[in-house]
Design a protein. Structure first.
Length: 94
């Protein structure tokens, strides 16, 4: 009739340690991947490179690169903010 699950305190501690370890591992991999991708963020599309090629447009090319990085960063910041909000909501429920 009733299905009770007996969990000892040591089992709960092991599961908690595993959860913490897996969260740390996922966080570390996530940070490492974003760090590696940010190293090659100084790039342009083919049309921009052709239009801004040469030594005369060096300052303008740098400005275009900065704009590309700025536009690329905004969606990632939004995703992180939404993910953090969902995390806080789930943490408050439990």
């Amino acid at each position: 009739m009733y299905n009770f699950k007996l969990i000892t305190n040591s089992q709960e501690q092991k599961e908690t340690r595993k959860n913490r370890l897996s969260r740390r591992l996922v966080s570390s991999v996530f940070i490492l991947v974003f760090y590696l991708f940010s190293l090659s963020a100084n790039a342009q599309c083919a049309m921009c490179r052709a239009a801004l090629g040469g030594e005369a447009n060096k300052a303008q090319a740098q400005a275009v690169n900065d704009g590309i990085v700025y536009l690329m960063a905004v969606p990632y910041i939004l995703v992180v903010a939404i993910g953090y909000a969902v995390y806080r909501m789930r943490k408050n429920k439990s």
